[in-house]
Design a protein around this ligand. Sequence first.
Ligand code: CTP
Length: 422
Amino acid sequence: MPNLSQLLTTKSSVEYKRVFEHCRDISNELDGVDGVYIVGGIVRDLILDRAPGDIDLSVVGDAKAFSQELAARIGAASPDESQFLTFKIRTSGIFSDVSSIDVVTARAESYADSAALPDVSVSSIDDDLKRRDFTVNAMAISLAGSDWGTLVDPNNGFGDVMRKRIKVLHDSSFVDDPTRIFRAVRYAVRLGFKLDSRMNELISKSIANIDRLSGTRVRNEFELVLSEPNRVEMLRMSEEIGLLAAISPGLRIGTKALQVLSEQSESDSVELPDLLAITTFGLNEDEANQVVQRFDAPPASGESITGNAQLAKHVAVLDQPNLAPSEVAEILREIPLASINAYILAGPPLPRRDKLVEYVEKIRFIKPEITGDDLLEIGIPQGPIIGQLIDVVRRAKLDGKVSTKQDEIELAKSRLPGFLAK
Ligand code: CTP
């Protein structure tokens, strides 16, 4: 097996090196630890000379004791343990490049059912690599003193990195875990690799299994795509291989949405609600509702997806000339900001766009100075009248009919009799 100790020492940042060296020392000193390896994405990224992400370690033997000792040596809190024999060490306050270290017990996995979470059992490093998604993610480098730097690569991941190929380890990989279809798209685009020749066939055969994933898992995978700098290419590829339609039949990314996403520079950090609103721009109400349901989306994300269709119903009114700011605010007050922003970017260049911009930049910030307490103080009785009067004042302020707090109080007083009479 080739020795990649050079990658551990010269290609890794100081923080990574420190962790690797602690691992080597602990494996020498701690009874019950027969091997410790970096595994998965970090190995692939070190070979490709890309900045690696968080550190994944696989321990043959007592991973719990190992992770506790590692956490203590780097000054981190005791690791969080999960049901899958994994231990997470949080390092965000300690390191700047590494936010967590995941330590797993080297293990084999079996799937009782497609898309179910796996059953796991303790095993060797080779078995641990066999359970993984793609050959390029199924390599390990030993950190033990005796074979520091040795590459463990039973599936020829190194060869596939050199050939720039994403290849599954076995034909039922996507059936076992359909989230791997999303992962194939992410790695192919992110690394500039091609899907191996049989992958398209295997993906088509198993794409219907996306249905078996929970809403949360599908949404997480989709959001991971959106969080990548190359999201546009990933969305295009997802559409091409039928992944978007497999998520929800009406989910497609319109040309205008793709154009807007491509125009946003990679360094712009666009918030998730905005990304969701742009990517689902153009979906009708039913299609948007289906996507929200499929994603089991929490309210904030759900509103960004359904808000576009909601806005589309009312937006034409904004083309009317001489619309008062209070009328603009009335039309837009229930619409999520992300959907308004998406319309500004992706909608047609009609007068309505200027109204939307004015709303986002100015109108929505205009608020009355008076509060309910001010009105109670001048003797207005408690109850719904307070809210109604504040609303009257808010509109007057939006339309420039009052300017000082005193004006606002006078206006509220003058309208009180009308409300009391109702
Ligand atoms: N893995 C897998 N199947 C999955 C998820 C993960 O086989 N559905 C394995 C892969 O070996 C992967 C490793 O677990 O490399 C760690 O998962 P993750 O952190 O998601 O992947 P990385 O390759 O580290 O990804 P990234 O570079 O995207 O952070």
